[in-house]
Design a protein around this ligand. Structure first.
Ligand SMILES: *Cc1c(COP(=O)(O)O)cnc(C)c1O
Length: 413
């Protein structure tokens, strides 16, 4: 947890706003984000890369709210997108198309045309067929598209299997053992400038060693491609480092990791890019919920709250751990309980068998470290309107996305 969230006199604050005030006025469930936490994490990357030509492209998929995108666009960030929808969001938020990298394993013709028309910085491609398609669409539009091949470096990222992407058996990228042939065949295609090498080996990496190993392998590849006359000028090392989800866990040191990478690329005359998502926004966000009921069933104690897997699916999907903290500290001690939502699924829990504050109906809790892959994965399952989102700036706060209404639920039907 960053110090953007802290207790002051027993009340839980985000920056200089008491969270209870937000919950009372905006309602629950509700996502709350700290703008200073977001900006300080972004600046850690920018400062860490000082001295080498670079761009930090925030991975929009972690949290695509326009308010957050605008904050980062104003700070000078680039953006990593994985769909036409994310491109639309970035443009609406005032993001500079010339700083956008388009990643993803299956871009459609319409998405590629949209991105070409907007003049994005580059495409990270994951198959030969896609490179050919980009080439022919660019020729037709009279454009030259900068293209990097996403290389699968066959590095074990040792993270949760659902968010590990850098092993041979994964669908992502092109095997490093085969990629030189792909570069050789694609180098002559019209309409593209094949000038980049990219990778992304997985998310929530707490140990930077596999990232450094991937960088080493990619630099070897760059040297071999250059020796064959392919002018590689850009190296994109993918997503960012992991974050501590458990209270007291150490936070991986972004600065030290970037220092190690800078040492490797020194003298290579490469424009260096990163696409961090989670590490920029995860710790900046909390999901606020109200306790509805308490119940005991056999030996088990349940805390039933008004947030569920439809607001935060990470515990069900990745067995993720989110600290649960009360908005007001009390003298009622702790209780071992499951914190569950109202959705008709046994997988609907925010915490299982957890020692948490002994909160009572009407009390509020915060599920911490929810700023990344939280709201963006929210659904309307069980016809639950998606929650509102709030951005805190110092002593001020505003709603950056309204809570959905019942009418919103049936729009388009
Ligand atoms: C998901 C993803 C990212 C962001 O990863 P984080 O772990 O959130 O930093 C970056 N690049 C690509 C290609 C991705 O798929």
């Amino acid at each position: 947890m960053t110090n953007s969230f802290e207790y002051r006199g027993g009340a839980f604050f985000c920056e200089d706003v008491e969270l209870r005030t937000i919950a009372d006025q905006a309602g629950t469930p509700c996502y709350v984000y700290s703008s200073s936490a977001i900006l300080s994490r972004y600046r850690e990357y920018v400062n860490g890369l000082e001295g080498v030509p670079h761009r930090v492209c925030y991975a929009v998929k972690a949290n695509g709210n326009l308010g957050i995108l605008r904050l980062l666009a104003e700070a000078g960030a680039g953006f990593d997108i994985v769909s036409g929808g994310e491109l639309y969001r970035v443009l609406q938020a005032g993001g500079d198309p010339a700083r956008i990298v388009f990643s993803g394993v299956g871009k459609t013709r319409e998405e590629i045309e949209y991105a070409l028309a907007q003049g994005i910085h580059s495409f990270n491609c994951e198959s030969e067929a896609e490179i050919s398609l980009i080439s022919s669409l660019a020729v037709r539009l009279g454009k030259t598209a900068s293209v990097a091949v996403r290389v699968n470096p066959d590095v074990d990222a040792s993270t949760h299997p659902y968010i590990s992407t850098g092993l041979k058996e994964h669908k992502f990228g092109i095997d490093i053992a085969e990629v030189e042939g792909v570069y050789a065949r694609a180098a002559g295609l019209p309409g593209i400038s094949l000038d980049g090498v990219s990778c992304h080996i997985g998310s929530q990496l707490l140990d930077p060693a596999p990232l450094v190993e991937a960088a080493q392998k990619l630099l070897g590849l760059v040297a071999r491609l250059r020796a064959k006359g392919i002018r590689i000028t850009q190296l994109d090392l993918g997503g960012g480092i992991g974050v501590p989800y458990r209270c007291g866990d150490p936070r991986p040191d972004v600065g030290a990791f970037l220092q190690a990478v800078k040492k490797l690329v020194a003298g290579s005359e490469l424009f260096l890019m990163f696409e961090p998502g989670r590490s920029i926004v995860a710790e900046a966000g909390a999901l606020i919920a109200r306790v509805l009921y308490r119940k005991r069933s056999g030996d088990k104690e349940f805390i039933i709250v008004d947030a569920s897997m439809t607001e935060l699916i990470r515990p069900a999907l990745y067995e993720a751990h989110h600290e649960i903290l009360p908005l007001r500290q009390s003298s009622f001690g702790n209780v071992k309980a499951d914190v569950v939502g109202p959705v008709c699924e046994s997988g609907d829990f925010l915490a299982e068998d957890r020692e948490v504050a002994n909160v009572l109906p009407g009390d509020m809790i915060a599920a911490m470290t929810c700023g990344a892959y939280g709201f963006v994965m929210a659904s309307n399952y069980n016809s639950r309107p998606r929650p509102c989102e709030v951005l805190v700036e110092g002593a001020g706060w505003r709603i950056i996305r309204q809570r959905e209404s019942l009418q919103d639920l049936i729009r388009g039907e």
